[in-house]
Write a protein that binds this ligand. Structure first.
Ligand code: ZN
Ligand code: ZN
Ligand code: FE
Length: 763
């Protein structure tokens, strides 16, 4: 039989994920000779053997690849077969300082490690830091690349002889597993609280006891601390809410396994897959009637944010027992809106008044990383991300074109930033609301760290148009200091560009962009958020929008939907009568001031925000008059929707879409005693019809058939589903987010591609 040889180059996430031993073992089993090494841009293989066997080898490189590998490209070139050597070897590679590799995100414990964790005969029985090349921490423990143990927070732990033997053995699952550890040589846990300090199994049991008894335990996790408590106990959850200063915003919960989750939530196949995926995000699932979960976990919400354990410590902590709760609240370890705590000392100090006890460990967290939040959009069966962080970041979004090196700083709320090079857009993990010093510092540290890790030296900086964003100030200062071009991008242009980019659109043909949002700074200084734009990456043209209403006091109104409702009533010429809930809820003196403000246009901001329209209708329907977290009124209005209702509020699909007819209809319904669920349904139906009608008109006018939906309002799956259905029925190609969230977490991606198209890379 003839012997042929191939040189095979593989790019993607192929280093630090057990790829070389996989190649070694596969080649050895197939009887091929040759070598494999980590190269500057991926993995390089030379393999020789009979042609048929080589074909099988190449196929299986893709099909059998280790779970953490993300293969982007396999290039095969025939070479002259070397003299037969019989053996296949792993060659050592030299470090190449200017090259970069996509990093693997942190990944949940694998099946093999989980089995060993609960196997009495295993030397890692009940060891909270068990891991292998197929699972475990990555991004959060990496200080620099190349991804080797000295560059991780595992550096201080010297492997014992047994661990070292596994690490050196290419046939072992732990060959070159950088966080490899065991009870003899690795990190350990301890518990502090209730006047005791305990280590090992005793620490774990003390934490479980405290949870069982209704206490709050701060648990050090993968990307930061969680605050945990019994999710089935009203008292425990109420205590945590009070201490955390979090009134109504839902808490995430964690259960031991899928069977337990199925007891209190409904899951379809796609949701089951997502909950059990290696990324282990928090998945928003429909709560079952009579679910034994405290209503205080997610007040006023039909959904529960649920995740499965993703570290061995979680599995040990949640191990089922008769008297142990079937779900724990696992919310980020911080006061509202501060960054999540990561270091032991920091947690002991910052969380002292929040937690009764601390379950700590001594493997340091280098990169803070919050849990991801996601859901399945029923209409597509695809993910609709809400927060893209642990398990996803910093895996890049692939772009269909070359990019210069750019830093896009993103928006202010739900901030992420974006670094680009070649065809990669590296989106950071969730940074949070960059409104305070702590979060700004976290932002600055991560910009520096990710730029170093991915070898990006930004030539261009992009930011939002908003004059008051701290991220914008950072961008302006840095651009000026280093005389780099600054590109200021309109918020909704960025939204639509982000949606286009994640769908791999080249931008040669513009799309109809529908940006439905809470707040975004408009090119005219108004607050936009109900916008139809014709956009490509280079430019956009606003072709329709909700009619401006004057928002008294700007941000003050956002926290008080009743004030927004009064402004809408005023704009629609509907008198403020006390049978309307928001009028009743507003003291007469405040109404007088408001009326004067509106009449004279003092301290009012014109807005076309669809988020505010939701707030106003919610308040009129008798919902929240004041809110305690962003978008609460809109979320609760969506939860109220009665699905059987088919009627819709009227909107004229003109260039300036007047909300007055809708408001008049809402008020008539309120006065006729219509239930909130009917009003909510008619608003959703009306907006979906309006979106589709405007898009049809724009199709006539501009000859475009592709629609991109973006903006925080499209986190509303009811509206998104209805709008998509109508648009698809009308023959449109519709793009909705599935890789990055439709909310402001996508802004950085949009800013980056827009800046890149204005300053294309040389050559
Ligand atoms: Zn494993
Ligand atoms: Zn060891
Ligand atoms: Fe936005």
């Amino acid at each position: 039989m003839p012997i042929v040889a191939y040189r095979i180059h593989i790019s993607g996430v192929v280093q630090g994920v057990g790829f070389r031993p996989f190649v070694y073992n596969l080649a050895t089993r197939l009887g091929l000779s040759g070598w494999v090494l980590n190269s500057s841009s991926g993995v390089e293989i030379e393999a020789s053997g009979p042609p048929a066997v080589l074909e099988e080898f190449i196929t299986r490189l893709r099909t059998d690849a280790p779970p953490l590998a993300r293969i982007e490209q396999v290039t095969v070139t025939p070479v002259v077969p070397p003299a037969p050597s019989g053996a296949f070897v792993i060659r050592h590679s030299e470090a190449q300082p200017d090259r970069f590799q996509p990093l693997s995100p942190d990944i949940a414990i694998c099946e093999d490690c989980l089995r060993e964790l609960f196997d009495e005969r295993d030397r890692r029985y009940r060891y909270p830091f068990i891991n292998c090349t197929n699972c475990g921490p990555r991004f959060t423990i990496i200080r620099d690349i190349p991804y080797d143990r000295p560059n991780t927070t595992m550096a201080p732990f010297r492997m014992c002889a047994d661990c070292q033997a596994e690490y050196d053995d290419p046939t072992n699952r732990r060959f070159h597993a950088q966080p490899n550890a065991c009870p003899v040589c690795g990190p350990h846990i301890w518990f502090r609280g209730a006047g005791v300090e305990l280590t090992g199994e005793a620490a774990l049991q003390a934490a479980r006891r405290m949870l069982r008894e209704g206490g709050v335990v701060a648990v050090k996790g993968l990307g930061g601390f969680h605050l945990a408590c019994d999710a089935t106990s009203d008292q425990a959850v109420a205590r945590l809410r009070e201490r955390k200063g979090r009134v109504g915003k839902p808490f995430a919960i964690m259960s031991f396994d899928l069977a337990t989750v199925a007891r209190y939530c409904e899951l379809n196949d796609a949701e089951r897959e997502l909950v059990t995926s290696r990324q282990r995000p928090i998945v928003l699932l429909r709560r079952r009637a009579g679910a034994p979960i405290s209503p205080l976990v997610a007040p006023g919400n039909r959904y529960l944010g649920v995740m499965l354990p993703y570290t061995p410590l979680h599995y040990l902590l949640l191990e089922p027992a008769d008297d142990f709760p079937l779900a724990l609240v696992m919310t980020s370890g911080n006061y509202s809106e501060e960054p999540i705590a990561v270091a032991n000392e920091e947690a002991l100090e910052r969380l002292a008044r929040l937690a009764d006890g601390f379950l700590l460990h001594n493997r340091d967290i280098h990169a803070r990383c919050d849990d991801s939040v996601t859901r399945i959009l029923l209409r597509t069966g695809m993910e609709l991300p809400v927060r893209r962080s642990r398990g996803y970041a910093p895996y890049p979004v692939h772009l269909p074109f070359q990019m210069p090196q750019i830093l896009a700083v993103g928006a202010e709320l739900k901030n992420t930033f974006c670094l680009t090079r070649e065809k990669y857009a590296f989106l950071s993990q969730h940074i949070g609301d960059v409104e305070n010093y702590e979060t700004l510092r976290f932002f600055e540290q991560m910009v520096e760290q990710l730029a170093r890790t991915f070898r990006v030296t930004p030539a261009i900086i992009a930011c939002d148009l908003h004059p008051a964003y701290l991220t914008g100030r950072y961008a302006r200062e840095h651009a000026e200091l280093t005389s780099r071009p600054l590109v200021q991008v309109q918020h909704h242009h960025a939204h639509i560009a982000a949606c286009m980019a994640e769908h791999g659109l080249t931008g040669e043909r513009p799309v109809i962009g529908v940006a439905c949002d809470g707040t975004g700074y408009g090119s005219d200084g108004a607050i936009w958020g109900g916008e139809f734009i014709i956009a490509d990456y280079r430019s956009f043209r606003r072709v329709a929008h909700l009619k401006y209403i004057p928002l008294p006091g700007g941000d003050a109104a956002i926290r008080r939907p009743r004030r927004t409702a009064l402004a809408y009533l005023w704009a629609a010429g509907i008198p403020w009568e006390e049978d309307l809930p928001p009028v009743e809820a507003t003291p007469a003196s405040e109404r007088m001031v408001l009326a004067r403000q509106l009449e004279r246009g003092i301290n009012t901001v014109p807005t076309s925000s669809m988020g505010r329209l939701f707030d106003a209708v919610s308040a009129l329907a008798g919902g929240r008059q004041e809110i305690t977290y962003e978008a609460q009124a809109a979320i609760e209005l969506e939860m109220a929707v009665e699905e059987a209702v088919e009627e819709a509020y009227p909107f004229e699909p003109g260039e300036v879409i007047d909300t007055a007819p809708c408001l008049r209809a809402v008020v008539a319904d309120v006065r006729a005693g219509a239930p909130a669920g009917v009003i909510a349904a008619k608003l959703h139906n009306g907006l979906a019809l309006m979106i589709s009608a405007v898009c049809r008109r724009l199709r006539e006018q501009f000859g475009l058939n592709e629609v991109a939906l973006s903006g925080g309002v499209f986190q509303n799956v009811t509206l998104t589903g209805k709008a998509m259905a109508l648009l698809e029925e009308a023959g449109f190609t519709v793009y909705v987010h599935r890789l990055v969230p439709p909310n402001d977490a996508c802004i950085a991606l949009g800013q980056a591609v827009i800046a890149g198209s204005l300053h294309p890379p040389a050559g």
